[in-house]
Ligand binder design. Sequence first.
Ligand code: ADP
Ligand code: ASP
Ligand code: MG
Length: 403
Amino acid sequence: MVKKVLKFGGTSVGTTERIQHVANIIKKERSLGNQVIAVVSAMAGKTNELVKLSNEISDEFDKREFDVLLSSGEQVTCALLSGALNNLKVKARSWLSWQIPILTDGGHSNARIINIHVEKINKYLNEDEVVIIPGFQGISKNGDITTIGRGGSDATAVAIAKIFNADSCEIYTDVDGVYSTDPNKIPVAKKINKISYDEMLELSSLGAKVMQSSAVQTALMYDIPLEVKSTFSNRKGTKIFSQENIDYTKSVTGVAYSKDDAKITIIGVNDKPGVAANIFEPLSKSQINVDMVIQNISSDQKTTDITFTVKRNDILKTKEILKNNRQIAYKKIIHNDKVAKISIVGAGMVSTPGVTYKMFRALSDENINILAISTSEIKLSVIIEEDMTLKAIKKLHTIFDLD
Ligand code: ADP
Ligand code: ASP
Ligand code: MG
C-alpha cells in the first residue's frame, strides 16, 4: 500500500467549489488504494485578512494571540475538506495540531516543528480513513498554539512525510510546477521537469515562493523527494530530489527575485582593523541578518565606505542601532529601500566559466546599474533599482536560454 502526503495551497482551496474539487482528487487516490494524509492551507487571502484584523486592533498585537488568530484559517479549510469528503462517502477526519499533537520549538510566528506523534493518526489511516491536517502550525511545550512562518504549510507537509515515512509528498498548487522564473510575471518562463534540492533551496530563499525554503531544507536534510504539481490540471509537475539524478545541459536553471531587501551605506568610517566587527556585532546581537557586504577601497588610506543589505523591514532598527553605536565614527548613513535582488541559480554554473561576466554584461546592455553583488557556487545575486526588476529578469531569462 502506498502512503501519500498531499499538500493543497491557498488558491487550491480558495472557494468551496475548489475544496470539492480537491476532495475529488483525494477520492481518486483512495480508489487506487492509497493511504492519504492531506495537509491544507487557509483559503486564499484568509491569512492576510487575519493579519489585517490584528493590525486594526493594534500595531503591537500580542504574539501569542496573533498565532491563535492566524492558525484559524487552516482550521476552517480542514473542516470544509473533511465535510466535502464525507459528502462523497469517503471517510475522513480533521486533526488539529493539538489533537495529534504536532510539537514545535522556538518563538511565536517562527516556530519549528520538532516532533509529531504518530500513534493516533496511524491507527486512523489503517482503518482506511483520510487524515486532514492544518498546515503552518503546531503547539509549543507550554501547549500554546504556534505558527511556523508564512508559507509554512509546505514545511508541515515535508515534516509529516518524513515522520510518517510516506512514499510520496506532493505539493499541489496553482501552477503546474517550478518554472525557470515566476510564470505569472514572465509568461515565457519554462517548466523545469527536475530540479535538485540545492537549486530549489536557493531559488526559494531568493524569492521563488512556489516552495517555502525551510520546507526544501528539511527535504534536503532527510532526502525526501517532492513533486510540485497543479490542482487544476493533470500535467506532469516538477520533481525535486538529489542532484546525482540530474544531468545539467544549461549553466542556469532559474532566475529569482525579491523585493524584501534594503541597502545601507555608512560613509566615511575609519579604515582599520576591527571596524567591520564593531559595525556588525551589535546588528547580529539584535537578530538582524546582514546579507551582502561591500567595502570600498579607501582613497586616502584613512576612511572608507561600507555598504550592506538587510531585510527591508529591519531598516529602521538597523539605522537606530548604528546611530547608537559608540564604537564607530562615520560621516553619514544613507539608505535605499527601493531596491530588488535578482538572482540566477544553477548547479551547472560550477562547470561553466563566464557566467558572472555574462550576467553583468547583460545588465549593462539594458542600462541597469548593479548596486551590490554576492555569489555562491550555484548562485549569483545582484541588487538593482527596484523599477528595473522586470527588465532585468526578462533579459537574464533570454541570455541564459531559458525562454
Ligand atoms: P500555494 O498557496 O499553493 O502555497 P504560493 O502562492 O505560495 O502557492 O506559490 C505559488 C506561486 O509561486 C505561483 O502562483 C507563482 O506566481 C509563484 N512563483 C514564483 N516563482 C516561481 C517559479 N519559479 N515557479 C513557479 N511559480 C513561482
Ligand atoms: N496560510 C499560511 C500563509 O498564508 C500558510 C500557507 O499558506 O502555507 O502563509
Ligand atoms: Mg505557498
